[in-house]
Ligand binder design. Structure first.
Ligand SMILES: [Zn+2]
Length: 447
């Protein structure tokens, strides 16, 4: 009853929400005026006049409501015409697919623009004022549309990719760096095929056509993961380590990955690693879903790979940087080189060996490795030419013994230089082995 009376009473007031049952806000002066009249008529106890007042008031409110509804409908029609005009102009400059996509959202992003609130036809001037904003809106919509279409097409293309990945990962070029399925799936070449426009046909042959350019796929992979690896080195260079290397020392001069002093440590197996061999280290492969992906394709792979524990990609979270000790740097200085700038290749080219405690002959990398370990005896000298030649023979013997791991090295046993022999090991899929990175230690003859 109360609700009914209240609604009846509200019929006498103009609501600010003409299209709603809810009375909304009322004008205070209007309410006060009606209440004053009401009280006056009640006081003089004139029921006829009171009934007349109420009836007239209700009719007035109904008239206003009708008029307001007509005005609102007219304004809506004007906005609709304006919207149709904007849509037509946008179609004229090539945004048709985006407008088709926005239709399902009733063009909400366009309707939100302040120029769309004007209840009049769109003038050329008004269009020029809003054109820049509309183009930005269409660019955002294009991105949204493409992502929407990609979410639809990726699952359809996945079975062919999954099948092709199993083949591509066996490619000899991929095996040099022990690429995981995730590494290949994330390559720009595969990404380009998977993210092709929805209307483009993609099938198994698109992926297997990459057999012929796996060399390039791997080369590009090395390039972009090397950039990530450089990121790990920056804190060391400015962190005041024993090496006392600063960013200024090497900036614009030597790639930090190429420096003779640069080495890494696997946080899983504690293996000493060097560049680029570190890229091939098996422990550094992690499931894709453990990495954050901010793009649709990456997120899709991540979800797919969650069900496949063996589908892995490189992850440098498992890699630490090893700073060379002050003693290790002295070994480089012993060769007349500057440890701040000398590269591993330049040290290799010297073709020197170090003799420790007059007992062991080591390559420069092996010697530096030993100088990071605590030792009570630190007697070092450069090997004589006779000792170098003898050590090299023994190093060949070590390679021969290691050859059961890498069958192809047997054919290269007489490769003359250490660099060339290391290269053979690299080609044979042992990129992260100490031998492939020139770490050799043999006994000094006569000991
Ligand atoms: Zn490891």
């Amino acid at each position: 009853m109360i609700a009914h009376s209240r609604r009846k009473a509200f019929n006498m007031f103009n609501s600010h929400y003409p299209k709603s049952d809810y009375p909304g806000f009322l004008l205070r002066s209007e309410v006060q005026d009606i209440l004053d009249n009401w009280e006056k008529l009640v006081k003089i106890d004139n029921e006829d006049k009171l009934a007349m007042f109420i009836g007239r008031r209700i009719l007035q409110v109904q008239k206003v409501e009708k008029h307001v509804t007509l005005c609102c409908d007219w304004a809506d029609r004007q906005v609709q015409l304006r919207l149709e005009d904007v849509i037509s102009r946008l179609r004229g400059i090539g945004w048709g697919p985006e407008l088709d996509y926005l239709q399902r959202k009733d063009y909400a992003p366009i309707r939100k623009h302040e120029q769309m609130r004007a209840a009049r036809r769109l003038s050329d001037r008004a269009w020029q004022n809003m054109r820049g904003d509309m183009v930005k809106c269409m660019q955002q919509t294009r991105q949204e549309r493409l992502e929407h279409e990609l979410r639809y097409s990726l699952p359809k293309r996945w079975p062919d990719l999954e099948f092709a990945l199993e083949e591509l990962v066996q490619h000899s070029k991929a095996q040099v760096y022990c690429l995981g399925l995730g590494d290949i799936a994330l390559s720009p070449q595969i990404r380009q095929i998977m993210c092709a426009p929805e209307n483009e046909e993609v099938n198994f042959t698109n992926f297997t056509a990459l057999r012929g350019c796996m060399g390039q796929v791997v080369e590009e992979w090395v390039s972009y993961v090397s950039n990530d690896l450089r990121g790990l080195l920056t804190p060391r260079q400015s962190g005041g380590s024993a090496a006392k290397l600063t960013a200024a020392d090497t900036r614009n001069t030597v790639d930090p990955l190429e420096l003779a002093t640069t080495s890494f440590r696997c946080l899983i197996c504690n293996h000493r690693l060097y560049y680029p061999g570190a890229l091939a280290h098996a422990c550094l492969r992690a499931p894709l879903f453990q990495r954050g992906h901010d793009d649709v394709y990456g997120q899709f792979l991540s979800k797919k790979f969650k069900n496949h524990g063996h589908l892995l990609a490189i992850c440098f979270d498992r890699l630490g940087v090893s700073a060379p000790s002050a003693d290790a740097l002295k070994l480089i200085e012993l060769c007349g080189m500057d440890p701040k700038v000398v590269t591993a290749k330049e040290m290799d080219a010297l073709d020197v060996r170090f003799v420790r405690n007059n007992e062991d002959v080591m390559t420069w990398r092996s010697a530096m490795f030993h100088q990071t370990r605590p030792s009570s005896i630190k007697s070092w000298r450069l090997a004589t030419s006779y000792e170098v030649a003898d050590a090299k023979e023994h190093e060949l013997g070590i390679q021969a013994r290691k050859s059961w791991l890498v069958p192809r090295i047997k054919n290269d046993i007489r490769v003359p230089t250490l660099a060339a022999r290391s290269e053979s090991l690299l080609q044979s899929g042992a990129l992260d082995s100490l031998e492939a990175n020139g770490v050799y230690q043999v006994k000094l003859q006569g000991h």
